[in-house]
Design a protein around this ligand. Sequence first.
Ligand SMILES: Cc1cc2nc3c(=O)[nH]c(=O)nc-3n(C[C@H](O)[C@H](O)[C@H](O)COP(=O)(O)OP(=O)(O)OC[C@H]3O[C@@H](n4cnc5c(N)ncnc54)[C@H](O)[C@@H]3O)c2cc1C
Length: 359
Amino acid sequence: MVASRFKDKDIALIEGNLAIAQKIKISGGGKCNVTNTQVSYKNYLGNCDFIKPILDAFDQNALLEFLKLRGCEPHIRKDGQYFFKHSANEIIEVFQREIEGVKLFLNHRVIKVSKKDAFFIETDKGVFKAKKLIIASGGLSYPKIGASGISYEIAESFGHCIKKTTPALVGFTLQKEQFWMKELSGISTTVDIRVGDKKFNGELLFAHKGISGPVVLNTSLYWKKGDIEVDFLPNYNLKQNLKNSNKHISSALPLPKRFIKLFLESIDIIDKSVSKLDSDEFQKLSKLKSYSFAPAGNFGYQKAEVTRGGVSTDEIDPLTMMSRIVDDLYFVGECLDVTGELGGYNFQWAFSSAWKLTL
Ligand SMILES: Cc1cc2nc3c(=O)[nH]c(=O)nc-3n(C[C@H](O)[C@H](O)[C@H](O)COP(=O)(O)OP(=O)(O)OC[C@H]3O[C@@H](n4cnc5c(N)ncnc54)[C@H](O)[C@@H]3O)c2cc1C
C-alpha cells in the first residue's frame, strides 16, 4: 500500500523476502481476512486517540472501494470478516499491478539505518541513500517468513520508545493443573472467555501444546498474566437444564463426551446420574460456567499472528505518520504499538496507517 500510494515519486521498496506480501499470502488460511464489516478503535489495543482518526480517514469502506476500483471484491463471512473466495493472491495481484514501475529491491535485508544529510539504509546487498524513510517492516511474529525486529532497532537508534513487545493472537500453554486439556487435542467447542473487562465468544480448540482457536487468540491480545475465565456452556443454564434429569452427566450436557470425562476427572467426580449429585458436587460441576485458570504462557512468535506493543505512538504524528523526533522518518503498520483483534483488523490497520502517510 505504501509503495502504491507514492508510485509517482522517486521511491524504492526494500523487501527481505524474494516476493512481496508473504504475510498476506498465508493469512486467513490462504484466503486473507482483509477487513471487517464493523471496524472501530475498540477492536484495537493501543491509544484510541491515535488510532481513531487514522481508521476514520481510511475505513473498511474506503479499503473495499479501493479494491473494487481495481477489480477485486472480497466476500463476507457470516461473522462479518471479508475474505477472498479463491485465494489471497487476488489482493496480492492488485498490489503487484499497483506498484509496477516502482524500484523493487527484493531479497535485500535491512541491517541498520543512520542519518546525516539523508538516511543511509544499510542492507546485506549494499547501502541506499534516501531523503525520506518509511518503516513498514511489521513485527516479530512468523520469523520463518522474514519477520524481524528491525523496525524497533531503527526506532530505538533514533531515540524512540518501544512499548514492550509480546506475541499476540496466539495459543496458550498450560499449567500442570490444566494438562488434562492436552489429552483433548483436536477437539473443539464453543465457549465464552473473560479476560479483564473483555469477553469473547467463539471456538476453543484443544491442541497438543495447550489451547488455541479464534476465541483464545483474541483473549491472548488482552492477557498479560493471571486468570482468564472460561464458560464452557455459553447461553446454557446449568441448574435449569439439569433440574429433573436422570441422565448421566456426560449424556445430559451438550459438550464433547471426552471433554466431560476428563473435566469430571479433574474435579474428582465420577460420571453418574445427575440426580445423584449432592450440592457440593453440583457446585464443582458449575465450574463449567466459570472455569478460572492462569495460562502458563503462549506458543511464541513462531505461531503468533501479530506482535503486541511496538514503536510508541506518543512520538508519531497521526496526521502524517512522521516521527516527532526525527524529520522525514515515518512508521506504519504492525511495527507501531497498535494491535487489532482477530478478524481483518490488522490488515485494516496496516492499510489505514499507510493511507495516512503524508510525505
Ligand atoms: C499466519 C498469519 C495469519 C494472519 N492472518 C491475518 C488475517 O487474516 N487478517 C488480518 O487482518 N491480519 C492477519 N495477520 C496479521 C497481519 O498479517 C499483519 O498484522 C500485517 O501483515 C502487518 O502488516 P505490515 O505491513 O505492518 O507488516 P508485514 O506484513 O509483516 O510486512 C513487513 C515486511 O517487511 C519485511 N521485513 C522485515 N524485516 C525486514 C528487514 N530486516 N529487511 C527487509 N525487509 C524486512 C518482511 O519480509 C515483510 O514483507 C496474520 C498474521 C499471520 C502471521
